[in-house]
Design a protein around this ligand. Sequence first.
Ligand code: HEC
Length: 156
Amino acid sequence: MKYIFKLTCSLAIMAVIGLGSAFADGKFDNAIKARKALMSLYAWNLGQLGAMAKGDAEYNPEAAKTAADNILSLATLNLGSAWPQGSDSTALPGATRAKAEAWTTYPESANIHKSLVTAATTMADVAGSGLDQVRANIGAVGGACSACHKKFRETE
Ligand code: HEC
């Protein structure tokens, strides 16, 4: 009985996932994949700085500078092509968490992105000069990420 329940659950989950991609009909799959990859790379690099800031990892000037440079490089890539019109969570529920408001209120999201570039520039300038500098600037970088998520990303 338990087994059948589990099986039913897995089938239901698979149906939901399948439905998500059926809605997406494939057209925007790669664009969504690309922007999620960008976000994962942001998170990976910010995570390194975060671990140092929290004292979970030892401060290493080269590693801190590299992570900060990477965030700045990522933030200055021109990836507008990964955000095509119509690839929002209203049109494609389950396939993306990007809210339609990111497009309808444009350039609000672009302005938040600019604040990320500003914060990342400062971080890249100072991350190699001491843990205090990382700690002093990580709030501005992380704050730009979460400002955008709060407005333009569906909660999970
Ligand atoms: C201009 C807006 C904006 C900025 C700035 C931004 N994000 Fe995002 N982020 C989004 C949106 C929108 C999504 C949802 C993307 C989707 O599902 O298509 C997202 C998704 C994510 C995800 C989930 C990726 C996945 O695989 O589903 C992570 C992790 C993430 N962001 C981390 C970050 C970090 C770290 C930063 C800052 C260094 C950042 N983001 C900056 C808008 C932004």
